[in-house]
Design a protein around this ligand. Structure first.
Ligand SMILES: C[S@@+](CC[C@H](N)C(=O)[O-])C[C@H]1O[C@@H](n2cnc3c(N)ncnc32)[C@H](O)[C@@H]1O
Length: 418
């Protein structure tokens, strides 16, 4: 699997124009995405289950054998695919590969035993623990305690809802789309089918944005008529929020291709912003800004519900590297701000090193003071407003319908420049 072998993000592997998924029609590609999504979301359980039938490690020269077994096991254990179909596709796929062909018999035997023992295996597994890498689980226990960590890991097992930010009339759009309005103002639905086929997409009435991701821009308060920099802006969810709120927005991102998506998204929404392709670390704007939003690059461990590949791809060393980068971008952002101006720093990470720990360092070294976040600014949801910061967790906003529960894990803090 490209994600595991090449350390490639799931979405980019599936959408790549040079990859094996290119030839599939949209329905088949959707199915492939679902199978690979489950394969990653439930990776620990799948490996544990397969390990029960494999006495030793698979031989190195077995081609795609591990991936064939893993993907078939995902279907047998967690998907509504007939067992015989999952087994025979796996055997045929092995047969078609020069190296895996020699293990056809093993594929058949292991998967058949898995179909027979599925219920007993699933009943014996600790799904919450098995599907989270040890290093992440241990970090979260230190930062959030055992009970909250278990709730976070349990939330990662659910398919997330589709959250939309609407230009106006959330209640009207929730009704038209069959969704609900969250206390924070986002519209939430259980997604079926392609997003661009939903009412209001073509008319540019809303854009897709996790409800937690929609909160940091709100912390800038009234931005009507202000000169606002949106740093690290692509694909532009927060740029759109600021533009709808009446700000003159300058959206900066280092990645030209992603910046193109900002322009496309703004075009569909009928919104305007200046876009600048630049590295925030070295960008020299010709003026100071009234307000700045810095959505810094991060480990994205708050988005594991939506991107289960993050749990597989990230390493502890990534957090240290990113924390150093975030501190330097925060210092640059502070230097671009007018005295008295507001700066919101945020990341979609659950790691304190990329959130809370950045604050003490910034207050000690930069001309900034803290402007605590109040619950009423984020829909009155006390739980997501912790110690004057915004801290959302995947286990927040529970709902009786599990598929309408949860939030991405975000951190945001607001500063004022002295
Ligand atoms: C978390 S995403 C931003 C999401 C975006 N703010 C939104 O709400 O849609 C981080 C972005 O930072 C950009 N980025 C990373 N390092 C950067 C840098 N040094 N300067 C500018 N942009 C950077 C990446 O290209 C990526 O688009």
């Amino acid at each position: 699997m490209a994600v595991l072998a090449d350390h490639r993000a799931l979405d980019s592997a599936i959408d790549a124009t040079d990859g094996p998924f290119e030839a599939l029609d949209p329905r088949e590609r959707g199915l492939a995405r679902a199978i690979l999504g489950i394969s990653l979301r439930r990776r620990g359980q799948i490996e544990d289950a397969l390990g029960r039938f494999l006495d030793k490690a698979l031989p190195r020269k077995s081609g795609p054998l591990p991936a064939i077994l893993h993907v078939a096991a995902a279907q047998i254990l967690f998907m509504d695919v007939p067992d015989h179909a999952a087994v025979s596709i796996a055997v045929d796929t092995a047969e078609a590969d020069r190296d895996a062909r020699h293990f056809k018999g093993l594929v058949n035997a292991v998967l058949r035993r898995l179909t027979e023992q599925r219920d007993a295996i699933l009943a014996a597994q600790d799904e919450v623990r098995l599907n989270t890498p040890d290093w992440l689980y241990e970090r979260w226990v230190m930062d959030y305690g055992a009970a909250t960590t278990a709730a976070i890991a349990a939330a990662h097992l659910l398919e997330p809802s589709l959250d939309l930010s609407v230009k106006s009339d959330p209640a009207g759009w929730a009704e038209k789309l069959g969704g609900i309005v969250l206390p924070t103002g986002s519209v939430r639905l259980i997604a079926h089918g392609p997003i661009d086929a939903l009412p209001g997409f073509g008319e540019g009435e809303w854009w897709v944005q996790d409800a937690a991701a929609a909160l940091p821009a709100k912390l800038l308060g009234k931005v009507d008529g202000l000169d606002v920099a949106d740093l690290c802006a692509a694909p532009g969810g927060k740029t759109a929020q600021l533009a709808v709120a009446g700000a003159r927005v300058t959206a900066v991102d280092v990645n030209e291709a992603r910046l193109l998506r900002v322009r496309e998204n703004l075009g569909r929404l009928g919104l305007e912003a200046e876009t600048v392709a630049a590295d925030v670390a070295s960008w020299q704007p010709d003026r100071l800004f009234d307000a700045i939003l810095l959505d810094a690059p991060c480990s994205a461990t708050g988005t594991i519900r939506r991107h289960p590949d993050v749990a597989v791809l990230k390493r502890p060393s990534d957090i240290d590297t990113l924390a150093a980068l975030q501190a330097s971008l925060l210092a640059r952002a502070a230097a671009m701000l007018k005295p008295g101006g507001t700066l919101v720093y945020c990341t979609c990470s659950l790691e304190r090193a990329e959130g809370e720990d950045q604050v003490a360092q910034a207050l000690a070294s930069l001309p900034l003071v803290l402007e605590p976040v109040r619950p009423e600014e984020v829909g009155g949801v006390d739980a997501i407003c912790r110690d004057g910061f915004l801290r959302t967790l995947p286990s927040d906003l529970p709902h009786a319908e599990p598929r309408l529960s949860g939030l991405d894990g975000f951190f945001a803090v607001r500063f004022r420049r002295l």
